[in-house]
Design a protein around this ligand. Structure first.
Ligand code: SF4
Ligand code: F3S
Ligand code: FES
Length: 250
């Protein structure tokens, strides 16, 4: 099929402001939104800023909002849109804009640093760690995270409430907590308690928007957040569990 010209609206600007600009760009069979950004850079918009690396859905760099949906530009096929449809491309909304489609995602690095690291028992030297295959597999899903931060960008707790950013670590760091919670050699921190007390797990009201946008199809809500919430609730707030612990402790 010959290439066609299609309509795009792309947000151009920086931290001081900007607006949507219209472009007509050639589109060929099999192309993805990132190809269009690259074509614009090669033609009429050489200064269009965009972050990308792998073009294979694995580096997590090309996160942006396409027709209002948080997505990876390299994994969004042009064939998913009608030929007559204008495709609107904007930067991630939850993080400050640096320029054009590039945002400052350092919020996530701050949250990563705040999360206590894997803490194996002190009497084990490196090389002595042993774990069962079943334990390796249990948290394998969470290690597929490519750190695209689409879940972090989507969660309404921070997307609509800038003021929550200090108290809320976000879904990407809830799966990290769940992963370490399942790790048989992670000894030091009670990850569930920590998630509740320090990571703001209680702010999450299980809307599952994070799970919907995850390009790795990690079941963030069902497999990480809900089990951590349930166990925290079990232990701390369920009156029967509380009563049981009082009675049996005697
Ligand atoms: Fe991206 Fe999914 Fe990781 Fe969130 S959990 S950062 S959406 S890969
Ligand atoms: Fe946010 Fe996901 Fe919870 S979108 S509210 S972290 S289920
Ligand atoms: Fe690496 Fe899109 S360029 S995920």
């Amino acid at each position: 099929k010959p290439s066609t010209k299609r309509a795009f609206r792309i947000w151009r600007g920086d931290e001081s402001g900007g607006d949507l600009q219209d472009y007509q760009v050639e589109v060929n069979d099999g192309e993805v939104v990132l190809d269009i950004v690259h074509r614009l850079q090669a033609t009429e918009a050489p200064d269009l800023a965009c972050r990308w690396n792998c073009k294979a859905g694995k580096c997590g760099s090309c996160s942006m909002e396409i027709n209002g949906m948080p997505r990876l530009a390299c994994m969004t096929r042009m064939s998913t849109f009608e030929e007559t449809e204008t495709v609107t491309v904007t930067p991630l909304r939850t993080f400050p804009v640096i320029r054009d489609l590039v945002t400052d995602v350092s919020f996530n690095y701050v949250k990563a640093r705040e999360t206590p690291a894997f803490a194996p028992p002190a009497d084990l030297a490196p090389g002595q760690y042993r774990m069962q295959q079943v334990d390796v597999e249990r948290s394998q899903e969470f290690r597929k995270c490519i750190e695209c931060f689409l879940c972090q960008n989507t969660c309404h707790v921070v997307r609509d409430h800038e003021e929550n950013k200090t108290a809320f670590a976000g879904p990407r760091y809830f799966i990290r907590a769940a992963e370490l919670d399942m790790h048989p050699l992670d000894a030091k921190t009670d990850r569930k308690e920590y998630a509740q007390a320090e990571q703001g797990l209680g702010y999450c009201n299980i809307t599952k928007c994070c799970t919907e946008v995850c390009p790795e199809h990690i079941k963030i809500t069902d497999n990480a957040i809900i089990p951590m919430k349930e166990r925290v609730v079990d232990r701390r707030y369920d009156p029967l569990v509380w009563l049981g612990s009082k009675i049996f402790r005697r």
